[in-house]
Ligand binder design. Structure first.
Ligand code: BG6
Ligand code: MG
Length: 215
């Protein structure tokens, strides 16, 4: 097989939590009288919680906010977000995604998560996918968020693989940039299936199995 490891972004690739991020940020923004819509929400894909807040605050016209106030805003957004995540069940993972992960593992490929989120493990537990991966690299083990390559470099290290052996599956432009900066092969899905920098552009996980050399 051409590749030995596959590193998956979580939000927008394995599960669709974008709507929950949007609802939670929207509540926070509305509470502060800040304009926020789904187009702005698209810019938050793949970037950290703190950077997401800064993007939302571009539209804020009040007095400058202290670091403490910003931390409070992120905390309250995260509380709302986790309440929404708590409603997730294993049915929130599409059948083709779950079965592709299983087939890839059975074929001897190493699988990892490469997510900017600090809630990654909580989400994986909710949808019963903790055991589907050999390693998890997430927002709790990085200091730089995508498009920085750190989260994928760490995932490759956790798997014991060289970057040339790894494929990253991403829905965010920032994630494709991060994968290329890590010298890995990048697969764009969803939003990122229209991104020129992706080495492969796919619509679904059946196409991913072909890239993996399984079907
Ligand atoms: C990424 C999402 O997976 O995680 C971003 O695409 C989000 O939108 C980031 O900002 C951080 O998530 P969390 O769960 O740590 O707030
Ligand atoms: Mg994503």
């Amino acid at each position: 097989m051409k590749y030995q490891g596959f590193i998956f972004d979580l939000d927008g690739v394995i599960v669709f939590t974008d709507k929950f991020h949007y609802q939670a940020w929207k509540k926070m923004a509305d509470g502060m009288g800040i304009y926020f819509d789904e187009v702005i929400n698209n810019r938050l894909r793949g970037v950290s919680r703190a950077e997401s807040l800064e993007i939302i605050l571009e539209r804020y016209e009040g007095e400058p906010l202290s670091a403490e106030k910003k931390a409070e805003l992120m905390e309250s957004k995260n509380t709302m977000y986790r309440e929404l995540l708590a409603t997730m069940t294993p049915a929130d993972v599409a059948d083709d995604v779950r079965s592709a992960l299983k087939k890839m593992r059975e074929a001897g490929l190493k699988l990892a998560i490469g997510s900017s989120s600090k809630n990654a493990k909580f989400i994986l537990e909710r949808v019963d996918l903790m055991d589907a991966f050999d390693a998890i690299s997430d927002g709790t083990n990085i200091t730089h968020s995508k498009p920085h390559p750190e989260v994928f470099q760490k995932a490759g290290e956790f798997l014991g693989l060289d970057s040339s052996q790894c494929v990253v599956v991403e829905d965010a432009y920032a994630g494709i940039d991060a994968a290329k900066a890590a010298h890995m092969t990048a697969v764009g899905i969803g939003d990122a299936s229209g991104y020129d920098k992706a080495d492969y552009k796919i619509q679904n996980f059946v196409e991913l199995l072909k890239i993996a050399g399984i079907e």
